[in-house]
Design a protein around this ligand. Sequence first.
Ligand SMILES: Nc1ncnc2c1ncn2[C@@H]1O[C@H](COP(=O)(O)OP(=O)(O)OP(=O)(O)O)[C@@H](O)[C@H]1O
Length: 383
Amino acid sequence: MKATVDYHPLQDASIPCPDAGMAFNRGDLLEVVDQSDALWWQARKLPCGTSVAGLIPSANMLRSKQKDQWWCQPSHVHSCIRPYNLADNEEDLTHTDGKRILTDMENNKDINFDEADSDVVEGIYLAGFRRSFRLWRRMSFKRRRQSCTSCSPSSNAVSTPYEEVALYQRLPQESHRLIILIGASGVGVNELRKRLIKLNPSTFQAPVPHTTRQIKEGEQAGREYHFVTKELFEYMVCNHRFVEYGESKGQLYGTSIDAIDEVLKRGRMCIIDVEPPSIHLLRLRNLKPYVIFIKAPSPESLRQTRRNSRIITSYAINRAFTEEDFLELEETSHLIEAKYKQYFDSVVVNDDLQDACMQLCSVIQQAQNEPQWIPVSWLHAED
Ligand SMILES: Nc1ncnc2c1ncn2[C@@H]1O[C@H](COP(=O)(O)OP(=O)(O)OP(=O)(O)O)[C@@H](O)[C@H]1O
């Protein structure tokens, strides 16, 4: 089983023998060796080389403890994921410090928010890196972050403190697993994703996003974007076709499940980066997502390695990192790790870019070609 909650026997007054208890954290793999008691099980941690079996609360026991709300944070409905609403526009245009982003943009009239990040490698267009798309994600991230600090991702954990898992080995004829990269904004998720795709553009691919904005000269439908009407976009929203979507400068942008399927059906490995709350929507049997957390390096190394790097912010393109950016990045990285670690299959620290890219490559190869623990429910045959 995979634990979806943290447990500390020394803080549990109800455990019959605290010394025999076994502490575990969200994401730990536990092999249950005795389930005969309704309240207390015996389990050991995997890999089990050194670990001895200890006492853990049964799933029912944990659920009833949760009702008393002592073992985890209060669980909230994830109110930060809201359908698109015109009333949200004002919020999108406001900084945490109250300055209006639009004003900043107006001050930068020469900025072209939609150019330059496109790329063609070996005749293959690298989709999903347009600035307008990334800008929307950044703005939407800011908005969600403001409303999200108390939001727990694990309302699901209430009903399933342990998730049953089994080893899965992908067969060569099966689709590749969806690779999800998660990380704080600015940590380098897009840089790594792009490098990976450039290394092998016929293997790795990003889904083509959707937008309601007009097609521009030089663009091709289905290449930079799937250009759709607002009506079609909203129809897709109503039919839950988007993993993420939102609005920037009056236009809608989003990543659809269909675009992900399209990449997988072509036999490619689909690499996406989404905000952590979207992981839930992608935990599907047919996608069997493998989640890689891109972690910020130590504070010293972060400042050292990024001294010449440039970022896209909500109101400026290609500006140097500031101390405020570093602090925000570190804080967000910790926050994401603390809240979502039960979903991580691997962690890659983005310290030296080249090393991180190589490590990412090898983790992805393992994910696709070696046995991995996945939820048992993903193994069941299609209905
Ligand atoms: N390991 C690294 N060393 C030095 N610079 C890096 C490293 N990783 C990323 N960068 C640089 O940091 C900047 C931000 O990276 P990137 O654009 O990939 O961020 P991101 O995580 O995708 O965030 P956002 O989605 O907000 O753009 C880029 O200029 C990128 O080249």
